[in-house]
Design a protein around this ligand. Structure first.
Ligand code: G
Ligand code: G
Ligand code: MN
Ligand code: NA
Length: 254
């Protein structure tokens, strides 16, 4: 209960902050995107992981204003980086199911873009398989509206949801983000290697961009580059960082 009370106040008290983690093009080494990852800077407990507070925020409905704040802040940050003269990259934002399924979701996304003066092509929404599988008729309409608005759509944690592959055929998706559990035991696990190769081939055949998550070692990076995986993300490149550190990281790596 205490956590709930504190969480409700955290937004008005300005205790949330966004960390950014780069996503790297594996052939050119360029920054393909930055993923926005929210953190709660609790006055006593320090930095709290979203794995702990997002489920509670969903339960108490706080995810709606919090999700809007995250979208707006991430869009504004990306616009600021562009205005500072950096080579443009996309900002990708995780969307919770509760947020996505609200009637006004598309409007909320458009408003965040307008308020930041960010062109829609520089925003990517990370949706899980369970989101796109749920209530399919309404979902496909919403995805089409977002696509028409010019926003990119990726499937986060790909391969771990209870999903059929048919949504890849019907839904306007741009990118698959291979869940990091498949990369964890590479190059030691032949089964995981087979799964990753197959997802990369599937993405190529469907003309989708493909990102490997959880790249932690040089070996994993080389494995992915040799298999022509388009992009990678993980501690091998960088941990998620506060905006100021991310900015320095971008400058140092370009
Ligand atoms: O960054 P970290 O490993 O702590 O994130 C833990 C989990 O919280 C991940 O599943 C991630 O997708 C989720 N998460 C991080 N930031 C956000 C956010 O801004 N919105 C939502 N809905 N989930 C987030
Ligand atoms: O569910 P989602 O894919 O959005 O979650 C991203 C989470 O993965 C973030 O919490 C981020 O901190 C974490 N993460 C990013 N890179 C790595 C990595 O290389 N290894 C591990 N174990 N976690 C990572
Ligand atoms: Mn994600
Ligand atoms: Na993921």
């Amino acid at each position: 209960l205490r956590l709930e009370v504190n969480l409700r106040r955290a937004l008005e008290r300005g205790e949330f902050t966004i960390y950014y983690q780069p996503r790297i093009g594996l052939t050119g080494g360029t920054i393909a995107a930055m993923e926005a990852l929210v953190r709660w800077q609790h006055p006593e407990s320090g930095l709290v992981s979203p794995a702990e507070f997002i489920p509670l925020a969903e339960e108490i409905g706080l995810i709606v204003p919090l999700g809007e704040w995250i979208l707006e802040t991430a869009c504004r940050q990306n616009k600021r980086w562009q205005d500072d003269g950096m080579d443009p990259f996309r900002i990708s934002v995780n969307i919770s199911a509760v947020q996505f399924h609200r009637d006004e979701f598309v409007k909320v996304v458009q408003r965040a873009l307008q308020e930041a003066s960010l062109e829609p092509q520089w925003l990517e929404l990370e949706l899980t398989e369970s989101i796109v599988m749920n209530n399919a008729a309404k979902t496909i309409m919403k995805l089409r509206e977002l696509k028409e608005a010019g926003v990119h759509i990726s499937i986060d944690d790909f391969g771990t949801g209870f999903s059929s592959l048919s949504y890849l055929k019907y839904f306007p998706i741009d990118t698959l983000k291979i869940d990091r559990s498949f990369l964890q035991d590479v190059p030691d696990s032949p089964k995981d290697i087979a799964i990753i190769k197959t997802i990369i081939a599937l993405a190529r055949r469907l003309h989708l961009n493909v990102v490997a998550e959880g790249v932690e070692s040089r070996e994993q990076f080389l494995f992915l580059a040799a298999r022509k995986c388009s992009e990678g993300q993980g501690y091998f490149f960088s941990r998620p960082m506060p905006a100021s550190e991310a900015e320095q990281w971008i400058r140092d790596s370009s």
